[in-house]
Design a protein around this ligand. Structure first.
Ligand code: KIV
Ligand code: ZN
Length: 395
């Protein structure tokens, strides 16, 4: 892993929306206490901005955002708001106690959303962009504006809205891939072209917000950053609407491990990633898939004989990051039917057993036979194999 060169222009702000977009997905509702714990944990990890909820959605959401704002330490506390005055004022009230607070207001700009969802003409939408950002700016000088369904928005209209939002005082401009429709080249081009076309684009930080409907949320986020965006909106374990959002642990580790190709840095303490994943999984009762990148239980586990043998010779053969860097104690060589002799001997030595070569041979044959019948081989299984081999095999 190469060391990131930390210049300000390459700094990427991590905006976590686990408590807002993450909680919004079916079944992920968290209690007030769980939200406070998660917010404290995110703050400790070095998350720059915590989107703590959607204050107008319910009194419970308001209370959670408000309490998180009161307890805020380093992170900016952000609340989401639609474009109406009531929403914006409620959001402003919720974040008021924060050391630093942000209002994130959004409005759909794509033809399909304007026509069917909003039932508004583009000109009305444009005027609402200006009035909503202006209103939010009267409450705080940290205002983010999002063009919902930005990737399916007509380009010139998107540029008009972005330019107007910046003029009205937005300090961050988010162009979400709301329905996870973009592909990386396209998302890259969109950011590049918008930043080049909007005359005052250098007055705002551009942000990526990618959903994972086609499994490209992380790749799209990286594409947007390469095109000049400097904020990534993401969630722990990638939870979020439908197929989820870009996973925080993945975008962060992509920039760490492939800093040669993605020369950007962020403030996240990566050793807390695995713990954070477990906390969010427990709070939401959403299991983390075994093969989930970075935090899945198989992310640093090897069963095949060829891989185990390679790992015992040099960990770089089959791992591209050290498990400790994401808070995993060590790589695990899982004993199963694909394991080889080398790993088997290593495992027995770890367990404190030194067998003669005949005993070892006998134990290995028994192990392979057992592994064919049984999915999980526990240390106790190995102990009884060894006992049998001690009795049956010649010294
Ligand atoms: O996906 C989306 O467009 C959103 C916005 C509210 C930012 O979550
Ligand atoms: Zn979203």
């Amino acid at each position: 892993m190469s060391n990131p060169v930390q210049s300000d222009k390459d700094r990427v702000v991590i905006f976590d929306t686990t408590l807002r977009d993450g909680e919004q997905c079916p079944g992920a509702t968290m209690t007030f206490e769980e939200k406070l714990n998660i917010a404290a944990m995110l703050d400790d990890m070095g998350v720059d901005i915590i989107e703590a909820g959607f204050p107008i959605a319910s009194d419970g959401d308001f209370e959670a955002v408000n309490e998180i704002a009161k307890r805020s330490r380093n992170a900016v506390i952000c609340g989401l708001s639609r474009a109406g005055a009531k929403d914006i004022d409620r959001c402003a009230e919720a974040i008021r106690p924060a050391k630093r607070g942000r209002i994130h207001t959004f409005l759909s700009t794509s033809p399909v959303h304007m026509k069917y969802k909003l039932q508004m003409e583009p000109q009305q939408v444009f005027e609402l962009v200006v009035s909503s950002v202006t209103r939010a700016r009267n409450h705080t000088d940290d205002v983010e504006w999002s063009s919902e369904d930005g990737t399916r928005t007509e380009f010139d209209f998107l540029c008009r809205c972005v330019e107007a939002a910046i003029k009205a005082g937005a300090t961050t401009i988010n162009i979400p891939d709301t329905v996870g429709y973009a592909v990386p080249e396209e998302y890259y081009d969109l950011f590049k072209r918008v930043r080049e076309s909007v005359p005052n684009s250098d007055k705002a930080v551009f942000s990526v917000h990618c959903h994972n409907d086609l499994g490209m949320a992380v790749a799209n986020s990286m594409a947007g950053i390469r095109a000049g965006a400097r904020q990534i909106e993401c969630t722990i374990n990638g939870i979020g609407e439908r197929a989820g959002n870009a996973a925080l642990e993945e975008v962060v580790m992509a920039m760490r491990v492939r800093n040669d190709k993605l020369p950007f840095w962020n403030k996240i303490d990566t050793t807390q990633l695995t713990h954070a994943s477990k906390v969010v999984s427990a709070a939401t009762s959403f299991p983390v898939q075994y093969n989930k990148a970075i935090v899945g239980r198989n992310a640093f586990a090897h069963e095949s004989g060829i891989h185990q043998d390679g790992m015992l010779k040099n960990a770089q053969t089959y791992e591209i990051m050290l498990p400790e860097t994401v808070g995993v104690k060590q790589t695990s060589l899982v004993m199963g039917k694909h394991s080889g002799r080398h790993a088997f001997i290593h495992k027995l030595e770890e367990m404190g057993h030194k067998l003669s070569s005949n005993q070892l041979e006998d134990a290995f044959v028994r192990f392979k036979a057992l592994a064919d019948r049984k999915k999980h081989i526990y240390d106790e299984d190995l102990e009884s194999l060894i006992d049998e081999s001690m009795v049956h095999a010649f010294d």
